[in-house]
Design a protein around this ligand. Structure first.
Ligand code: DX5
Length: 234
């Protein structure tokens, strides 16, 4: 089997649980806690029942962050919005395969706009959906909850799909990050990491961690490292 290309684990908070009345401060606090990037869960009320951040909100927060932004577009027409989220300061834009008629073209378009491209798969969507677009992809996101809300329970049944995606990425030879999002805690991260994920989105667990966000980030990183199948030398 191809040597695993699993990278050092990245811990990326979702700002969904943040106090929206003080997003600049919240972003600064996340950076001080040592996160690797920040994820904005963009929801349009159609692809998922919730409605969240427009590009102007993200642009307003951008100057307050020392780390990169990624936009997770849970929207029905991502092609129409890509440029606005890149212009707002998102260096990585993730679209849902389920929302893209021409996924290969959409991913190439994100790169043409100067951002890194990502594709997300809902829990029911098979790994094979991305098999022919890996050349256009910088990140694959395996959702471990049904998207729309924070605070949901992790779905362990997604772990075989994470492992399948890890093998597909390793066999492709492309430097693609494998991200998981939904119900990630100090415990559930172990199964996702063991299956081959290397980027971990955490929202409610990180915000509720009793010892604060810095300790939560350290806990997640240590647990991911401890349970990873194999890591390249740093
Ligand atoms: C679902 C969202 C959430 C969020 C993380 O649409 O994408 O998964 O980012 O929320 P928690 O960590 O609370 O599940």
């Amino acid at each position: 089997m191809t040597e695993s290309s699993v990278n050092q684990p990245l811990v990326v908070p979702s700002v969904l649980p943040a106090d929206f009345a003080r997003l600049g401060d919240e972003v600064r606090e996340l950076c001080q806690a040592g996160v690797d990037r920040i994820q904005w869960d963009v929801m349009d009320g159609v692809f998922v029942p919730n409605v969240t951040f427009g590009p102007d909100v993200i642009a307003a927060a951008r100057p307050h962050s020392a780390v990169g932004f990624e936009a997770h577009l849970m929207v029905v027409n991502p092609d129409e919005l890509l440029g606005r989220y890149v212009d707002a300061g998102c260096e990585l834009v993730i679209v849902h395969a389920e929302a893209c008629t021409h996924l290969h073209r959409t991913l190439a378009h994100i790169r043409d706009l100067g951002a890194r491209s990502g594709v997300a798969l809902n829990p029911h969507t098979p790994a094979e959906v991305v098999e022919h677009v890996l050349s256009e992809t910088d990140l694959v996101l395996a959702m471990t909850v049904n998207p729309g809300f924070g605070g949901q329970a992790y779905i362990p049944a997604v772990e075989p799909k994470i492992a399948r995606l890890r093998r597909m990425i390793d066999d492709s030879g492309f430097p693609i990050e494998l991200e998981v999002d939904g119900g990630i805690t100090g415990d559930t991260i172990r199964g996702a990491s063991a299956a081959g994920a290397d980027v971990f989105i955490s929202g409610s667990w990180m915000y509720a961690y009793p010892d604060g966000k810095t300790a939560a980030v350290a806990q997640l990183r240590a647990a991911a490292l401890d349970s990873a199948p194999h890591r390249e030398a740093a």
